[in-house]
Design a protein around this ligand. Structure first.
Ligand code: SAM
Ligand code: TMP
Ligand code: ZN
Length: 414
């Protein structure tokens, strides 16, 4: 965390050019999805993971930008469909869009960051014209194998213009857990402007800053989450780019998110929820340094308690593993210095991650089928947002006396 007496780094806001005040510093971190081959290979890329808030528009943003090609490569290993909860969530999301927005003649929907097709599957099955845009080729191939149309490239102004020329205007541009990943947000909004139909909507879901601070979800801060959005910051961002925030819906997925709906200024009447959530945020101090100072103390306390617990259990001869080689666990493992000396392995259902080592911390990733062979004494749950699903799948672990170690909102054992 920012050292006392050190003057904060002054940076400019990527949206309004206001002064960004640094408030959290996690030090040297690897690219969170860059799993390492055990037999060596290319050098790992590290950067400084530091976050600040804009003193003008409150937007929380990172101070160092990891090049997009270092994060979203052809072999980007994240697969959205590994979670049954998320499959259900996106099926419902797609149905909602089909029923509320895609009812006119020959509607067209574009998804930014379509990954393995988790959302577009339902749209494609309904026979609706669609296009996924995602630079991660291997994930896009998985979507194509399911009959989904995907263009392998980054969405930005130029690609949006090409899509518009080839397919016409989009009634809905949808995106989940991707817009907050894109530092060049001005280009995104220019792209939306070029592609969106006059009365169309741009809907995006991303983690919610207020939930992150309230529940100490500090591991939601990693390279890919360049922005941490609030209703206030998105409201002002939309306005700056010639749009209007017309709806905001809180979601429980990933520990707390918001589905933002943006339209061209004046095209739609904003819902009451926008004003209500804006008013609620007034009390949260999301644009004040003291809020982040408290958050930073909570994070440091969690780090100290977690490492003390793991060292203590290890010194008593207990075997500890982890579960879920999540991108967010890169922050936990590297910030808390958790490596293979404390945690033997991390179990994960994603074939693209298995057999490799976690970024920076170099913990071997193993398939869940090996979790029980034999069960460890403790399992650190890195995928806490999938706790219900994973604990139900791994019921046998607790039945054999195993215990889960949780670290958010505070360190505890269940
Ligand atoms: N939408 C899925 C979900 O919610 O589970 C996938 C989210 S995943 C964390 C982010 C995805 O966005 C990756 O597949 C990545 O390749 C893609 N992505 C990153 N930058 C992008 C851009 N500029 N345009 C389109 N996709 C992008
Ligand atoms: P996420 O929290 O970013 O969605 O990542 C979840 C990770 O956890 C992903 O690598 C897949 C893995 N996982 C399992 O290993 N088993 C499961 O049952 C679920 C839901 C996820
Ligand atoms: Zn700003």
């Amino acid at each position: 965390m920012s050292g006392e007496g050190v003057p904060p780094t002054v940076n400019r806001c990527r949206v309004c050019d206001g002064e960004v005040q640094e408030c959290l510093d996690f030090g040297r971190q690897p690219v969170s999805s860059a799993f390492v081959d055990p037999d060596g290979g290319g050098a790992e890329v590290f950067y400084r993971l530091a976050v600040g808030f804009c003193t003008t528009c409150t937007l929380v943003q990172q101070l160092e930008e990891v090049p997009r090609d270092a994060m979203f490569r052809v072999d980007y290993p994240y697969r959205s469909s590994e979670s049954a909860l998320m499959r259900k969530h996106f099926e419902q999301t797609a149905r909602h869009l089909l029923e509320s927005e895609l009812t006119g003649p020959d509607p067209f929907v574009v998804e930014v960051g379509s990954n393995d097709g988790i959302m577009l599957q339902t749209v494609a099955d309904a026979g609706i014209r669609h296009l996924g845009v995602d630079p991660s080729r291997d994930a896009a191939e998985t979507a194509r194998d399911k009959g989904i149309q995907v263009q392998v490239e980054f969405f930005e102004e130029a690609s949006a213009r090409r899509i518009r020329a080839a397919h016409g205007p989009a009634d809905v541009i949808f995106s989940a857990n991707t817009i907050s990943h894109i530092a060049y947000i001005d280009s995104i909004f220019r792209g939306v402007d070029a592609l969106l139909a006059p009365t169309g909507i741009f809907v995006f879901e991303d983690r919610y800053l207020a939930d992150i601070i309230e529940h100490n979800y500090f591991d939601q801060i990693y390279d890919e989450h360049f922005y941490l959005f609030s209703i206030h910051s998105v409201h002002s961002m939309a306005e700056r780019f010639g749009f209007e925030l017309v709806d905001a819906e809180r979601l429980t997925v990933h520990g707390g998110a918001v589905r933002f709906t943006v339209a061209r200024t004046g095209a739609r009447r904003p819902s009451a929820a926008v004003a209500e959530l804006l008013a609620r945020e007034q009390e949260l101090g999301l644009g004040e340094a003291v809020t982040y100072e408290r958050f930073a103390s909570h994070i440091l306390r969690t780090r100290d308690e977690l490492t003390a617990l793991l060292r203590d259990l290890r010194s008593k001869g207990h075997r500890i593993v982890a579960y879920g080689a999540t991108a967010k666990s890169a922050t936990v493992a590297n910030f808390c210095d958790i490596g293979p000396d404390l945690v033997d392995a991390v179990y994960d259902s994603t074939p693209e991650k298995q057999g490799r080592l976690t970024p920076g911390s170099h913990i071997p990733v193993r398939p869940p089928q090996e979790f029980a062979a034999p069960y460890p004494d403790y399992a650190l749950l890195f995928a806490w947002n999938h706790a219900e699903e994973i604990m139900a799948k791994e019921r046998g672990f607790r039945e054999h006396g195993g215990r889960w170690i949780m670290y958010v909102p505070d360190v505890h054992i269940v």
